[in-house]
Design a protein around this ligand. Structure first.
Ligand SMILES: N[C@@H](CCC(=O)N[C@@H](CS)C(=O)NCC(=O)O)C(=O)O
Length: 240
């Protein structure tokens, strides 16, 4: 019965969806996976806008309780479904939790924001990224690089995997889809490689989505290139 089930509305090509999906897998929560195809504008259909008036994915509907915003969903899922074994994902100790929250806010307000702003022309209009915004992205990668101390453990906050790893790794997968080279940020690169290799669900939750996003970005750029070519030919009186 739908009301009693836990549904996860998502699109593989969306970075925040990939973060939540990894969290669902880590917690072993039994969800019904419901694809909302952004390319078909499923998120603008009345049934979905009734669910989430902001029409974004991911959305979780847990026995009728509806939540959107990826980081809030991960916090909720841990609060509700973490066991002794998975408690480390969102620790209850105030100081440890504070550090996780700090990274979630850093991801939302600084890192993912910088990716979105720099790549907005490419993501939405098939144009090169905005050079005026590149420093913002470089600076946030620099911050992240300094936050990570792999001597303390393989994860963002030391020796325990937390939802901060899922959030930031989700953002990193967006950089992967955009084919942005972050190898020069040594700690970021090493951390991301380690968690990608270690998480048994990384491939399922991320690989196909990254490829989908790459394909969409390429198709958009091709469209723009063809339109420009057509306009150029028309302006010099060439044949169509
Ligand atoms: N801050 C939100 C961002 C969600 C978001 O913007 N999702 C995009 C896909 S990556 C979306 O659904 N866009 C469709 C729309 O805004 O209509 C989160 O982390 O969940």
């Amino acid at each position: 019965m739908a009301w009693l089930s836990t549904e996860f509305y998502f699109y593989k090509g969306s970075a925040p969806c990939r973060s939540v999906w990894m969290c669902i897998k880590a917690l072993k929560v039994d969800v019904e996976e419901k694809t909302v195809d952004l390319l078909k504008c499923d998120n603008k259909r009345p049934w979905f806008v009734r669910l989430n008036p902001q029409h974004t994915v991911p959305v979780l509907s847990d026995q009728g309780y509806v939540l959107w915003e990826s980081r809030a969903i991960m916090q909720y899922l841990c609060n509700k479904y973490a066991t002794e074994e998975t408690q480390h994902l969102y620790p209850t100790d105030p100081e440890q939790r504070g550090r996780v929250d700090r990274m979630l806010f850093f991801d939302m307000g600084t890192f993912y924001q910088a990716i979105k702003e720099y790549f907005a022309p490419k993501l939405y209009n098939g144009l090169p990224p905005d050079p005026d915004k590149e420093n913002m992205l470089k600076q946030s990668l620099d911050y992240l690089d300094n936050f990570i101390d792999l001597d303390q453990g393989n994860y963002l906050l030391g020796d325990k995997l937390t939802i901060a790893d899922f959030a930031l790794l989700g953002s990193i997968t967006e950089l992967d889809a955009l084919e942005y080279n972050y190898k020069c940020y040594g700690e970021v690169y090493k951390w991301s490689l380690k968690v990608k290799q270690e998480l048994p669900y990384y491939k399922k939750c991320c690989t196909e989505g990254i490829e989908m996003q790459k394909t969409r970005i390429k198709a958009l750029a091709d469209e723009v290139r063809k339109a420009e070519e057509k306009a150029r030919k028309a302006s010099i009186g060439g044949k169509k």
